[in-house]
Write a protein that binds this ligand. Structure first.
Ligand SMILES: [Fe+2]
Ligand SMILES: [Fe+2]
Length: 244
């Protein structure tokens, strides 16, 4: 199992592991390293991926320098290898929103987490990440995203999930394959809050969308986010989606 490394914005690295056996066309699991004075890893990957993903991190920085570990929501691909990373990086602190700390990390993490309030900024030294509470978007009560303000990179978690092993970074359309994957898997619990939450992300005008499963996007990030919000609003208006 190999994890490929690509720089998708200045000092923002995508660490991608393709698992061909997952789903009809295989599936990528992507973590992101923000290289700063205090490096931050967004997503850990599953425990089985730890050897490959940690090797990829170590190809960029001394793993012991890792200072922050963050993720969107409690699921194995987002944070399965959290304890392995905390063991390998003794100076690292896991950070999450208040709900995620209350329902999971305060009990499960081997070291106390740092809770971030909605809109709170973590100054990494050269890079600044803003925590955005997005409960149930893409899914899970504790869900939140991060926005790196210097490069205008939005860490999207499972938003825009699409299958296969497409190129690391594209200026092309990620919405069509994302809508196809949503229709197939139904991973988003669509509520009246889904559209407005995604439109709030569009208002940040990101230049890079760091996507957890599939290609990351570079360009006008607000446009695909607006269209994604519209897609979910249409879904909501139509009622329960058929599973394809
Ligand atoms: Fe997820
Ligand atoms: Fe995911």
């Amino acid at each position: 199992m190999d994890t490929r490394v690509d720089e998708i914005a200045e000092r923002i690295y995508r660490l991608s592991t393709f698992l061909p056996a997952v789903g009809p066309k295989g599936f990528t699991f992507n973590q992101f390293l923000v290289d700063a004075e205090q490096p931050l890893l967004f997503h850990c990957g599953q425990r089985a991926l730890f050897p490959a993903v940690s090797k990829a991190v170590a190809s960029l920085i001394d793993l012991r320098r890792l200072r922050w570990i963050a993720f969107s929501h409690v699921e194995s691909d987002e944070c399965g290898a959290l304890n392995e990373f905390l063991a390998a990086a003794p100076e690292a602190t896991v950070t999450h929103g208040a709900i995620g700390c209350a329902i999971w990390l305060n009990d499960q993490a081997p070291r106390p987490p740092r809770a971030l309030a909605n809109d709170e900024v973590l100054d990494l030294g050269g890079r600044r990440v803003r925590r955005l509470d997005t409960p149930h978007v893409p899914h899970c009560w504790d869900a939140g995203l991060m926005f790196e303000e210097t490069t205008r990179t939005l860490f999207c978690s499972d938003l825009f999930t699409h299958v296969g092993d497409p190129r690391p970074l594209t200026e092309g359309d990620i919405l069509e394959p994302a809508m196809a994957a949503e229709s197939q898997f139904g991973f988003t619990g669509v509520t009246p809050a889904t559209g407005p939450t995604i439109r709030r992300l569009a208002a940040l005008e990101p230049r890079t969308l760091a996507v957890m499963h599939g290609s990351s996007f570079t360009g006008d990030g607000a446009a695909p986010l607006e269209r994604l919000a519209g897609f979910y609003e249409e879904r909501l208006a139509k009622g329960p989606a058929p599973r394809g």
